[in-house]
Design a protein around this ligand. Structure first.
Ligand SMILES: O=c1[nH]cnc2c1ncn2[C@@H]1O[C@H](CO)[C@@H](O)[C@H]1O
Ligand SMILES: [Zn+2]
Length: 351
């Protein structure tokens, strides 16, 4: 991705981010310092610029599986409470500086147990880091956590229970992530059924590397409230914009699509920003939201994703307001709190 000078008027707009991975958004310099502190010697570069380049280039393979391999480097240095606290705090500060007013940041607690932490210690360290970052940011931002279970693993029920246990401590919901092909979400039906019995929220990564069957299972078998990516829903829309039954269901039910344009280009789910399905889905009035996915791997931010759409796909400020309101409506947050953010923070700033 080329260097992009961000326009201050875009940075200043209030933004809502529903799909951002904590372990995909670490500052390169922090990765280096944490590796030094913890004695991890497996990093592929020894300076921040080189490391940033390595992450971006290694993620450019056109394959989700290869893209996901780069996370081994960030996960390796995120095995202590102090590392998790620091990275969560910096995440909240970086998002706030980018104009984000509300964020749901996800990570997989089960990936941070290698040095002996318990799941609870992981969640509490990250939560404390978010609170610290909110306070230090000097902006009004609220950051909540989504707890991810890895789709190839067998911890989803435990992670789902964690979501319910910490729901009053800014844990908004549950997600599953990881390689999509070969690991259908129905492997985790027990977790989804439990969450529904508990009136808890969840989203599922679906329709990114794999097509319609994955989206269909996520919605109709698992009961996903939102779709992570969901970009392949265009496979169910004809050249003359006729919607198939599944695409029609997704649009009619206003199922939010957590779309991540730059990430999709790196994993091969889309070719470029100009032709990314997000614009077509916006024009067809799907419940489209705009997201970063992994700021480190894609060298991106919410402002950058917005500016790319404006510059390369003809988006207007009205479109940016629309996806921002869509995202706020789709947040895993009580209705009155969503409404307050829309009326008091978002709408006045885009007027
Ligand atoms: O776009 C994606 N698709 C599927 N899985 C992902 C994506 N981005 C990150 N992760 C996976 O989610 C884990 C927890 O944050 C990451 O470690 C990575 O393996
Ligand atoms: Zn993701």
């Amino acid at each position: 991705m080329s260097e992009l000078e961000l326009r201050p008027e875009i940075v200043a707009l209030p933004k809502v981010l529903l799909h951002d991975h904590l372990d995909g958004g670490v500052r390169p310099q922090t990765v280096l310092e944490l590796a030094e502190e913890t004695g991890y010697d497996g990093l592929p570069a020894s300076d921040a610029a080189g490391l940033a380049r390595w992450f971006r280039e290694s993620s450019d393979s056109g394959s989700l599986v290869r893209y996901l391999e780069t996370f081994a480097q960030t996960v390796a240095v995120l095995q202590t409470e102090s590392a998790l606290f620091r990275v969560a705090s910096e995440c909240a500060q970086d998002l706030a500086a980018d104009g984000v007013v509300y964020a749901e940041v996800r990570y997989a607690p089960e990936q941070h147990l290698e040095a002996g932490l318990t799941l609870e210690q992981v969640v509490e360290a990250v939560n404390a880091g978010f609170r610290d970052g909110e306070a230090r940011s000097g902006h009004r931002i609220r950051v909540r956590a989504l707890l991810t279970a890895m789709r190839h693993a067998a911890k989803s029920s435990e992670i789902a229970e964690l979501v319910v246990r910490y729901r009053d401590q800014e844990v908004g919901g549950f997600d599953i992530a990881g390689a999509e092909a070969g690991y259908p979400p129905t492997r985790h039906l027990d977790a989804f059924e439990y969450l529904r019995r508990e009136n808890a929220h969840f989203t599922i990564h679906a329709g990114e590397a794999f097509g319609l069957p994955s989206i269909w299972e996520a919605i109709q078998w698992c009961g996903a409230e939102r779709l992570g990516h969901g970009v392949r829903i265009v496979d169910d829309i004809s050249a003359s914009d006729e919607l198939g039954l599944l695409a029609g269901f997704v649009r009619d039910r206003r199922i939010p699509l957590e779309m991540c344009p730059s990430s999709n280009i790196q994993t091969g789910a889309a070719t470029d920003i100009a032709s990314h399905p997000i614009t077509r889905l916006k024009d067809l009035r799907f419940r489209v939201t705009l997201n970063t996915d992994n700021r480190l791997m894609s060298d991106t931010s919410m402002s950058k994703e917005m500016q790319l759409l404006v510059d390369e796909a003809g988006w207007t400020k009205d479109d940016l307001r629309w996806v921002t309101v869509n995202a706020m409506k789709s947040a895993f947050l009580p209705f009155d709190e969503r409404l307050a953010l829309i009326e008091d923070t978002i709408k006045p700033a885009y007027a």
